[in-house]
Write a protein that binds this ligand. Structure first.
Ligand code: MN
Length: 419
């Protein structure tokens, strides 16, 4: 019997959005509701797709002392799912362990919360048949260092089996190492699907037999959490095969981009480049709003333009004008000037110092009889390039010489830093 379920995690309901420099009252209101609205979209998806159940793999709330507002909203969303006959299975994570404060609320009947001792087993039944067997465990306390995968029973046979777990699998260095375990620990349990939480960027560690999935958070929370965010719609077919579909649920999207000023010589072209970037980001975020941080980089004439008192502020203002009223807004929160003055390479090359010698060597290589061959010879002599020898061999001569130009610019930037 085929069935569908929705897998989400790391809702961080009522999370304060940190790191924004300029927030209008409209934007503040939108952000204050974003985590709730994103979870509502997860529930909407479950209803539209007639999902049999919903899995929430930890970090429902942002802090152990969860707000009453967050608890009420979570309950109301689960109640809406329950009204459509959709059961919810919830595990708690390091941000919202069972030991945290909890309001005295009655959860809808179709909600099951996993305990914190052993992995509990729950059956999902339909018409006298067992559709799936779920195993799950919650974090009992904060900063749990135990391997929770060890607390799952070994499962050899039976109906489609799912594990719900909030854990750092494989020692992801971008996240706290709570409930650490390895992919091998998970494989040893013998389940068909691992519904994980903790890592905020979606990641399919294994596609099938078993599928091991981090859905990421339904709403990005800060500048490190860029791009589309959402949950997974999982279809299990008659043969027990897993089919994953990602669905974006984010209400506002975070982006960080760079603009190189090398070719930009006037205020017009500079503003145009920034507006073009803003429109690209709008297309990448549609139909929702976006937050954007821009860093101006590179060497060129525009460096002097950027340095003029008040220019960066005025450019930022120009980019923000008219955005606040749009539903598909791109709010440029920050414009950072990291540009450098242009360098007259030909003149600098004549200096008798390390940077002069560096530029001379690059120029000699480029004007020699067969620059590409000479460059290949140099790369082959350097042990550091051995690991990419194959990739270098595959490059055309033209591409290799473009890399030489890039390397010269980069070397120039690094060496001139001291000056
Ligand atoms: Mn989290």
């Amino acid at each position: 019997m085929s069935f569908t379920f929705v897998h989400t995690a790391d809702l961080h309901l009522d999370s304060p959005f940190v790191g924004l420099a300029t927030v209008s009252p409209e934007l503040a209101r939108l952000l204050r509701n974003a985590t709730f609205q994103a979870f509502d979209r997860v529930v909407d998806l479950a209803i539209e797709e007639r999902a049999r159940f919903l899995l929430v793999a930890g970090d429902v709330y942002d802090g152990a002392d969860r707000s009453l507002r967050a608890q009420l909203r979570f309950r109301d969303s689960l109640a809406r799912a329950a009204d459509h006959g959709i059961a919810s299975y919830v595990a708690h994570g390091n941000h919202d362990p069972l030991s945290g404060w909890e309001a005295d609320l009655t959860m809808p009947g179709l909600v099951h919360r996993f305990g914190g001792k052993e992995a509990e087993a729950v059956e999902v039944r339909e018409g006298g048949e067992t559709l799936a067997r779920l195993y799950g465990i919650s974090h009992a306390v904060r900063e749990l260092k135990d391997n929770l995968a060890d607390r799952f029973p070994r499962v050899a046979s039976g109906p489609f089996a799912i594990g719900v777990l909030h854990a750092n699998v494989g020692g992801n260095p971008d996240h706290d190492n709570y409930a650490p375990c390895t992919p091998a620990d998970l494989l040893a349990v013998g389940l068909d699907y691992w519904a994980l939480g903790h890592v905020h960027t979606r990641q399919v560690l294994k596609e099938r037999a078993p599928a091991i999935v981090y859905p990421g958070n339904p709403q990005g929370l800060n500048w490190r959490e860029q791009g589309a965010r959402g949950c997974y719609l999982v279809r299990v077919d008659d043969g027990g095969e897993v089919h994953l579909t990602f669905a974006a649920t984010d209400v506002v999207r975070w982006w960080r981009r760079q603009v190189d000023i090398r070719e930009l010589n006037t205020h017009d072209t500079l503003l145009e480049a920034l507006q073009t970037l803003r429109e690209e980001v709008r297309r990448d975020s549609e139909p929702r709003g976006a937050l954007l941080q821009i860093r101006l980089t590179g060497r060129g004439a525009a460096h002097r333009l950027c340095r003029r008192e008040g220019i960066i502020r005025d450019l930022l203002q120009a980019l923000q004008d008219g955005e606040a009223d749009r539903s598909d807004f791109v709010w440029v929160d920050r414009l950072e000037d990291a540009t450098r003055p242009p360098v007259d390479t030909a003149q600098r090359r004549t200096f008798r110092d390390f940077l002069g010698d560096f530029l001379k060597a690059a120029a000699e290589l480029r004007t020699g009889p067969d620059p590409a061959a000479a460059l290949r010879r140099i790369l082959a002599e350097q042990p550091a390039f051995k690991v990419v020898a194959e990739e270098i061999a595959e490059l055309t001569d033209d591409k290799l010489l473009v890399l030489l130009d890039d390397a010269e610019t980069q070397g120039l930037d690094l060496l001139a830093e001291e000056e």
